[in-house]
Each structure stands twice: as structure tokens, then as C-alpha cells.
Design a protein around this ligand. Structure first.
Ligand SMILES: CSCC[C@H](NC(C)=O)C(=O)O
Ligand SMILES: [Zn+2]
Ligand SMILES: [Zn+2]
Length: 466
């Protein structure tokens, strides 16, 4: 009552006084001070955004990623949170930063939050804002940068979420690790693969891994439980060379074009399933022609009146984990590159190095139902933080998650970006600052849920059996 009275009389008192400029500045200064002390919302979020911009400004694009600068930055943020940190260099010049937030019970399997530090190159001149300026558009709130979606956002959101949890007094029961790995964009062989196969990793006793997902143009976040396997196919045709004016059969170009037509029919049929809503993007085989190589070079371009004796085409093919790989390989040999049409083919390194089958021939998937408590916890945590979810999906491309799934670990792909166009690897990649901040709250809820999770021992089961 006393306070009300005081405010009332104070307000009345002010009505009769003109507002002079020096007086106004004092009021403003007090207002800012109150806002800063009172929860510090304003200053917190601008510091958070500025840290994100700092990370985005480090050019870690292939082929010459500045990995050491990124590692130093991550370690400096980790130090501000008193996290344990170490730099692992499985391959010289490719540092992997491993951070640890020790849990109260070190015997429990730990939680691993993975992100990659590298980004794909950008065609600078085709961007509205330079890709390593991390420009924040004041009217839209979009932050433009290569890596803003893929996936520097996620790496730093993990850390910001930990900062918030620490400020709230939360202490994890399970140990939380964070890995910042190199080389995901070029296959992860010198990064996540070597890490997953290492003694260091074994000792971490990881129980679940979170890795990258994709932006969602709708309000629903996307969760990924598996991924397609890349098959990088090159088909080669040979044929009789001859005059450019002559019509004859069995030219290299004609042989190659017949194959391309056949591939196109297959592609269209797969795409139709997606367009009709019968299958999700990750559930069909995608085939995209990525290069064509043929012709006889001349100083002015190509010799025009000569039909070449060789022609090649390259395809990026992605195979879902539950597909019949044998029949696809047969289709390639019999329809797309038949020896009867003077054709040969090569399946690139990934088909052999990246498997979607375990050693028993079963597809490598993470359960996305109630049999997997980590899945259930993740969904709960996202919903608790007011996030909406779509149906579990197969990631259409490849991520480092496959190396952890290959070990038999549950690994879930998730990047908290709703109402955001999918711009990974595209020009003008951006993430809105409010979406970034919302993602931190989502991770705060997830990390809290994961790091506090106590599994309920089944009757007669030992902890090892779960
Ligand atoms: C095959 S290794 C390269 C990894 C890359 N990942 C993404 C997410 O674009 C890809 O699928 O092409
Ligand atoms: Zn990525
Ligand atoms: Zn990528």
C-alpha cells in the first residue's frame, strides 16, 4: 500500500514538470541499469549473438579451413564455463576439441553432443552479404553466414545452453561431453570416424549422441533416426569416333545418353513418390547427375565436327538404409552401364567406406519409439520447451552420426531451426537470431533431461544389459 501511494504521488508530481534533456538521460540510464540487473535479458542475448557471430567469422571452409582458430575460440568459450577441454589431433592440422562437463555419477553412460567445425565453400560474389561477415540484418534479424545453419549454430547453442544451466544452479548427474570435429563435409574420415574408433572415445562410455539435423520450413522441428548412404557413381561410355556430320550407331555420346535417359526415368519415378506424399525425402533413392565430361578440347572451346570416342557422367546417389542394395547395383550394371553398350562404371569411395548395414547385414537405425528412452526423453524435452515436432525422418544426406550408429550407439540428428528455409550449402545461408536463441532454450531442456536421466533397472537386469 505504501509503495502504491508513493508511486501514485510520484507520477502526479512528474505531470507538472517539463522533461529536460539531462533529466531524460538519467531516466534512460536508470532504465538500462534496471533491465541489465533485472535478469539481464537484453545484455545476455546481445552477448550470445555476438559470440555466435564471432564463431561464424572464422573461415573454416574447405579446402583450407582455419581449424586452429576455431579450436582456440571453442576452448576460450569452454574456459569461461570452466569445462574441461582437450584437443585431439588424430591427423596433424585437424584438431578435434573435446569438452567435458563432469557428472555427479561418473559410472553412468555419458551424453555426447557432437558438431562439426568445418563448412562448405561459398561463392562470395553470389551472396548478398559476405559469407564470413556474419551480418545481422537489423530489420529481419537474420544472421547471414556460411555455417549459420550447418552447423556452427548447434555447436555454440550446446555451450550457451550449458551456460544457462550453470547459471540456474543445475549440476549434471551424467557426464556431458561436447565434440567439435573437423572434416565432416569431406566424409569425416579424419574427424568423427577416427574419434569414434579411438581409445579416448571408448573410455568416455557414451550412451547417446546428438548430432546435426536440418532446418524446417514449418513450425515443426525435425528429428532424424538414420541416414541415406552415398553412392557416388561414374559411368563411362566408349564408342566409334567419326565426323560430326555423320549419323551412325554406337557413338560414345549416344551410348551415354541412353543411360542418362534410363537414370532420368528412375529418378522421376522416385521423385513422384515424394511429390505424391507417399514417401518422405529420405525414404527414396535419389539420383542426381553432377557432372558430364566429353568432347575434344580446342583453343576456342571444343572441336565441333568430331564425335568423341569417350564420354562420362557422374551421379550422386543416396540409398535409404532399408533398400535392397543388391538390386540397385544390378540395375546399374544391367541398365545404366551395360557392357553390351560398351559401358563401364565405378562406385566411388563412399559406397565402400560408408555403410548403412551393420556386421549382421541389418540396416543401421536408431529406434524412434518407446523402446529407446533417449528418443522419448528428447521428444519430451523439446515439447517441454514449447517446441513442436514432425514425424521421425531419415536424413537425406550423410552426417557424422553414422560413425556413432555403426558402434551400436543411439544417435539422433537434430538442429533446432523451425520456420526457417533449408539453406545448408546454399547461397545466403542464414539463421534468424530469435530462432537461434529459441534453440538454446530447447537445448537447455534437452541437456537437463539427458544429464538427469536415471534408467530404471528392469527386474533382474544388470546395468550392462540395458
Ligand atoms: C558423404 S560425406 C559428405 C557429407 C555431406 N553431408 C551433408 C550434411 O551435406 C553429404 O552428405 O554430402
Ligand atoms: Zn553439417
Ligand atoms: Zn554440410
Amino acid at each position: 500500500m505504501a509503495a502504491e501511494k508513493m508511486n501514485g504521488s510520484d507520477a502526479a508530481h512528474h505531470q507538472h514538470r517539463p522533461l529536460h534533456l539531462p533529466y531524460l538521460s538519467v531516466i534512460l540510464a536508470v532504465a538500462v541499469l534496471v533491465a541489465t540487473v533485472n535478469g539481464g535479458e537484453f545484455s545476455d542475448s546481445s552477448a550470445i549473438i555476438s559470440r555466435f557471430q564471432q564463431y561464424l567469422r572464422i573461415n573454416t571452409a574447405h579446402p583450407e579451413p582455419n581449424y586452429h582458430k576455431a579450436a582456440d575460440f571453442i576452448v576460450s568459450v569452454a574456459n569461461s564455463l570452466s569445462l574441461e577441454s582437450q584437443i585431439l589431433e588424430f591427423v596433424k592440422g585437424k584438431p578435434l576439441v573435446l569438452l567435458k562437463w563432469p557428472g555427479r555419477d561418473s559410472s553412468l553412460p555419458s551424453v555426447l553432443l557432437n558438431s562439426h567445425t568445418d563448412v562448405v565453400p561459398a561463392e562470395h560474389e553470389k551472396w548478398a552479404h559476405a559469407p564470413f561477415d556474419a551480418h545481422l540484418d537489423p530489420s529481419s534479424g537474420h544472421i547471414y553466414a556460411r555455417g549459420s545453419q550447418d552447423m556452427k549454430c548447434v555447436g555454440l547453442q550446446y555451450l550457451e545452453a550449458i551456460r544457462k544451466l550453470q547459471n540456474s544452479g543445475f549440476r549434471p548427474l551424467r557426464t556431458v561431453y561436447l565434440s567439435f570435429v573437423p572434416d565432416e563435409e569431406i566424409g569425416g574420415f579424419d574427424g568423427a570416424k577416427k574419434f569414434a574408433d579411438s581409445e579416448v572415445f571408448k573410455k568416455m562410455n557414451v550412451g547417446v549422441v546428438l548430432d546435426e539435423g536440418l532446418a524446417s520450413p514449418t513450425e515443426n522441428y525435425r528429428l532424424f533416426y538414420a541416414e541415406r548412404c552415398p553412392w557416388w557413381l561414374v559411368i563411362k561410355a566408349t564408342g566409334a569416333p567419326g565426323h560430326g556430320a555423320k549419323l551412325y550407331d554406337n557413338t560414345a555420346m549416344e551410348n551415354l545418353l541412353k543411360s542418362i535417359e534410363s537414370v532420368r526415368r528412375f529418378r522421376a519415378a522416385q521423385f513422384d513418390l515424394v511429390k505424391a506424399g507417399l514417401k518422405a525425402e529420405g525414404e527414396v533413392i535419389s539420383v542426381n547427375m553432377v557432372f558430364l565430361k566429353a568432347g575434344t578440347p580446342s583453343p576456342s572451346g571444343f572441336v565441333m565436327n568430331l564425335q568423341p570416342s569417350e564420354a562420362q557422367a557422374g551421379f550422386d546417389i543416396r540409398v535409404p538404409p532399408n533398400m535392397d542394395a543388391v538390386s540397385l547395383e544390378r540395375r546399374i550394371a544391367e541398365e545404366w552401364a551395360p557392357a553390351s553398350r560398351n559401358m563401364t562404371f565405378e562406385l566411388g569411395q563412399f559406397k565402400h567406406k560408408v555403410s548403412v548395414f551393420d556386421k549382421f547385414g541389418k540396416p543401421i537405425l536408431t529406434s524412434s519409439d518407446s523402446s529407446n528412452p533417449w528418443w522419448v526423453l528428447l521428444e519430451e524435452a523439446i515439447r517441454n520447451a514449447n517446441g513442436k515436432l514432425g514425424k521421425p525422418e531419415i536424413f537425406p544426406a550423410s552426417t557424422d552420426a553414422r560413425y556413432f550408429r555403426e558402434l551400436g550407439l543411439p544417435a539422433i540428428g537434430f538442429s533446432p531451426m523451425s520456420n526457417t528455409p533449408i539453406l545448408l550449402h546454399d547461397h545466403n545461408e542464414f539463421l534468424n537470431k530469435d530462432e537461434y536463441l529459441k534453440g538454446i532454450d530447447i537445448y537447455e531442456s534437452i541437456i537437463k533431461g539427458y544429464a538427469s536421466y536415471v534408467e530404471h533397472l528392469k527386474d533382474g537386469a544388470s546395468r550392462d544389459e540395458l
